[in-house]
Design a protein around this ligand. Structure first.
Ligand SMILES: C[S@@+](CC[C@H](N)C(=O)[O-])C[C@H]1O[C@@H](n2cnc3c(N)ncnc32)[C@H](O)[C@@H]1O
Length: 245
């Protein structure tokens, strides 16, 4: 709590909003403060859920859970995400709010690269191992960095499928249009859009296998893309694995 009685994160949020509204604020400071403002909003969502579930575990035992699904909800799955719309707003960097050995399947795609590695990524995989029932499975899809790098040596032209597909998601062709820009996009994916979350780590099949094996999963295999579960727009340029506890 701040001396005013307002939670200190809320007070900081107000101060940041006022600095951001000041036209004298430099571009560099504004970028940093926008990132902080976003974390404050997520902190607020997370703490609202933590007040409902102070033990950090929900009472329900959903059989199937999607993490970081955003607007892509999957029928029959309990959706956990930092921000709405989701069944539970929870910051996975703080742990998975599920009881031990309770869930049969955890699904995520284009989520893991948005959390910091090694701290949060390794903790997420260890938490998934704890929450999964024996024989339970975790399916993980990420942008395939190996695929992106394999394109680097090739010539690129404006009609290249790589460019067209990567840019379909937003209009940045004017700025990101060389072969190295495309590599940067997968490894760093930055955007000045305040709602955008950058990529913090890049993955390929080998890295995913290492991550899940290290956390104690018995098998880690390629997962055959299933558009009834996965977001169809993720089929191209992604790598998926399924790991079994
Ligand atoms: C690029 S979107 C992918 C959405 C969806 N999976 C898809 O493929 O269309 C990344 C999602 O991960 C969520 N996310 C990022 N960091 C998270 C965290 N620490 N805890 C929970 N969700 C997180 C974001 O809120 C966002 O919905």
């Amino acid at each position: 709590m701040s001396p005013t009685g307002m939670p200190s994160a809320d007070l900081l949020g107000e101060q940041i909003a006022s600095v951001l509204a000041d036209p004298a604020t430099t571009h560099g400071l504004a970028r940093t403060l926008r990132a902080a403002a976003k974390e404050i909003e997520l902190h607020r969502y997370h703490h609202a859920s933590l007040r409902a579930w102070p033990s950090g575990r929900i009472d329900d035992k959903p059989a199937k859970v999607q993490i970081g699904g955003g607007a892509h909800r999957i029928d029959g799955y309990f959706n956990i995400d930092l921000a709405p719309p989701a069944d539970l707003l929870w910051d996975i960097r703080e742990g998975i709010p599920l009881q031990d050995s309770s869930v049969h399947e955890i699904f995520s795609e284009h989520f893991l690269e948005h959390i910091d590695y090694p701290c949060s990524a390794k903790s997420y995989v260890r938490e998934a191992h704890r929450a999964l029932a024996p024989g339970g499975r975790i399916i993980t899809g990420v942008p395939d960095a190996a695929f992106a790098l394999s394109h680097y040596p090739r010539p690129l032209d404006a009609s290249d499928e790589t460019i067209e597909r990567w840019y379909a998601k937003r209009d940045c062709l004017g700025d990101i249009n060389t072969r190295l820009d495309l590599v940067n996009l997968v490894f760093r994916d930055q955007d000045d859009d305040p709602t955008y979350t950058p990529h913090l780590w890049a993955y390929d099949h080998e890295k995913l296998v290492q991550l899940f094996t290290e956390a104690g999963f018995t098998t880690v295999e390629p997962w055959t893309f299933d558009p009834t579960v996965a977001n169809p727009k993720r089929r191209w340029g992604s790598v998926y694995v399924i790991a079994t506890k």
